[in-house]
Design a protein around this ligand. Structure first.
Ligand SMILES: Nc1ncnc2c1ncn2[C@@H]1O[C@H](COP(=O)(O)OP(=O)(O)OP(=O)(O)O)[C@@H](O)[C@H]1O
Ligand SMILES: [Mg+2]
Length: 243
């Protein structure tokens, strides 16, 4: 029998603790264990909160979505769901760029461009930000990422292509479940082979979801803007993803 310490999915050294997840090494150097936490933060961690079951809900949502994206031909880091709050993923070198896709103007985008929140965009807008809490995740472009050595021209083209594929898959997937996908943030990583894969998470923390009938917010904006019913909204999103 395999000893617990030798089991490939046993947690070893904590590699990274972020605001929403902990990343652990495993016995297999090619795999990490990701633990989803109950903590929520907003506005670059100036606002903090937590609720029981948040980690489990986001873990379940991400674990349900990644295999569907794989089925649509999008390579992801996801390997398996291990427990309520844990999943096994392929270890990647994260490209330090947050990739935001917008279908409808909302949040900072609506504000800075003087658009009313909820204005539909006739085509998706893909934006890039440098992943740096210290700098407040500043907006960058492809040239910036290439010039600073974060990714090659080819990597950035592949990231944009995969991002648009994710949007093309998830938009109708959620609409069939009564949800409008307003915008979302993705992170990509590189496998040792050089292949770019979708990493990190997809959850109500990283997407704006509005109810298709009522436009009610079903995502982290409920927490950011103190709208109440945060836990219920996340739970409802899990139910719709699983439906
Ligand atoms: N497959 C993976 N391999 C390596 N690192 C990963 C993988 N998937 C996600 N990560 C990284 O793990 C961390 C997840 O933690 P969390 O989401 O809590 O971070 P965060 O507080 O949002 O901070 P950050 O600004 O670093 O994302 C992120 O830095 C993310 O880029
Ligand atoms: Mg994060």
């Amino acid at each position: 029998m395999t000893q617990p310490s030798q089991h490939p999915s046993t947690k070893a050294e904590l590699k990274y603790e972020g605001k929403a997840k902990r990343v652990y090494a495993t016995a297999d150097p090619e795999q990490y264990l990701v633990e989803y936490k109950d903590e929520a933060t907003a506005f670059n961690a100036q606002k903090r909160g937590s609720w029981a079951g948040k980690g489990a809900t986001n873990n379940a949502i991400a674990a349900a979505l990644y295999p569907k994206l794989e089925g649509a031909g999008i390579p992801t880091h996801f390997v398996a769901k291990l427990s309520d709050t844990e999943q096994l993923v392929k270890a990647v070198t994260i490209v330090p760029v947050e990739v935001i896709t917008r279908n409808v103007a909302a949040g900072s985008f609506a504000k800075k461009l003087g658009l009313e929140e909820g204005t539909p965009l006739p085509r998706p807008v893909v934006e890039y930000c440098y992943k740096s809490d210290a700098l407040g995740d500043p907006l960058i472009n492809t040239d910036t990422a290439v010039a600073l050595g974060w990714a090659s021209e080819g990597d950035m083209a592949r990231i944009r292509e995969l991002t648009l594929q994710v949007n093309a898959f998830l938009t109708p997937f959620f609409l069939e479940r009564g949800i409008r996908l307003i915008d979302f943030k993705l992170e990509f990583g590189k496998l040792p082979s050089g292949q770019i894969v979708l990493a990190d998470e997809i959850s109500p923390d990283t997407c704006r979801f509005w109810d298709a009938e009522t436009n009610e917010k079903m995502d982290k904006d409920r927490f950011r803007r103190d709208l109440g019913g945060v836990e219920e909204a996340y739970g409802e999103m899990l139910r719709r993803v699983l439906s």
